[in-house]
Design a protein around this ligand. Structure first.
Ligand code: SF4
Length: 330
């Protein structure tokens, strides 16, 4: 194809750049940019890879068969870490955090130390009577719920997530609205995250948010606060799907061609630390997925005496192009 560079897709879980594209470090230099740390204000806590779904776009290859989940002991060290360092935001993610047995212990323990405590949900893992007490806990602690909801077209969304998943997700969204989430004046924030359902970049956030707000209200009477759109990162199961469908090369080239130098300053890895299910620190969830720890050395939260200083390096790779495409992954 004219204008398309040949890419070797052999990166696996390693750190090697695919041959044929400009290394991410080089494109930064060419634009006179560097990607280094700023002051850390956000802690992302990855509770593990267990999930009830097996989404096509998952960079962690989470799923029902995964056994890596956060223990209560690791949760206690993270709560102690959050007590020692003043994070403005704590963002609890997975896998599906709802499936981790001691999640309530983590939420209750972190709540006093996070002005903004966020819990990611795929919605379907929040369904059923067994999650009622978790929802009540979230309401009590004003936890911000961030729900993945890829498309307002059920057949497209089910193609990414599994048959019938959208119907369950809508039922849960209705339940969240009934509990006050996403409803004006309650202070209970419900945000949605949409990832493209194929090998293309997302629509602009503003237009996607307008469309989701209209569609969700018209089709199902559902309200929410904000929508975030993110490009899929070519790692894990999404990378496998791109390769199997012959889309890998074209997709990575699309990301490279959409490189937006002005997105670099606001990248989340400048101000965030990600902690894995077993308690080790990474610059972001994508570096966690490829096993590249913060500072190139595995450090457990219980051993941290100070946060990375402004100017400290960040581990980068070709997957960073997904964060700088268009308006960026901030
Ligand atoms: S993948 Fe994104 S968030 Fe992670 S280091 Fe690269 S640019 Fe930063």
């Amino acid at each position: 194809m004219p204008g398309i560079r040949k890419i070797s897709p052999g990166i696996g879980a390693g750190v090697r750049e695919p041959a044929g594209i400009e290394p991410f470090a080089d494109i930064l230099v060419r634009h006179g940019l560097s990607l280094v740390r700023d002051r850390v204000h956000t802690l992302q806590v990855n509770t593990g890879y267990l999930c009830n779904l097996r989404c096509r776009h998952c960079h962690l290859e989470a799923g029902p068969g995964r056994e890596e989940i956060m223990s209560r002991e690791t949760m206690a060290t993270i709560i102690s870490f959050a007590r020692r360092f003043p994070f403005q935001v704590i963002d609890v993610t997975g896998g599906a955090p709802e499936l981790v047995p001691d999640l309530p212990f983590l939420v209750e323990g972190l709540a006093p130390f996070a002005p903004r405590l966020m819990l990611r949900t795929n919605l379907s893992a929040l369904s059923g009577a067994a999650r009622e007490s978790l929802l009540a806990l979230c309401v009590a602690h004003r936890v911000v719920l961030v729900a993945s909801f890829p498309s307002t077209n059920p057949s497209q969304a089910d193609a990414q997530r599994g048959a019938g998943v959208t119907e369950t997700a809508i039922a849960v969204l209705k339940k969240l609205n009934a509990a006050g989430y996403g409803v004006e004046g309650t202070g209970l924030e419900l945000d949605l995250v949409s990832n493209p359902v194929g090998a293309f970049l997302p629509d602009s956030q503003e237009s996607a948010e307008r469309k989701f707000r209209t569609d969700l209200l018209r089709k199902w009477g559902v309200a929410f606060n904000h929508l975030h759109t993110f490009a899929n990162v070519p790692l894990g199961r999404y990378r496998t799907w791109l390769l199997r469908t012959g889309n890998y090369e074209r997709y990575v080239n699309t990301l490279v061609e959409a490189f937006n130098p002005s997105a670099v300053e606001g990248l989340m890895c400048r101000t965030l630390l990600s902690v894995s299910w077993d308690g080790f620190l990474y610059d972001c969830d994508f570096n966690l997925a490829v096993g590249r720890p913060n500072g190139d050395r595995k450090v457990h939260v219980s051993d941290v005496r100070e946060l990375p200083s402004p100017g400290a390096p960040i581990a980068i790779g070709e997957y960073c192009y997904a964060c700088t495409a268009g308006s960026g992954f901030t």
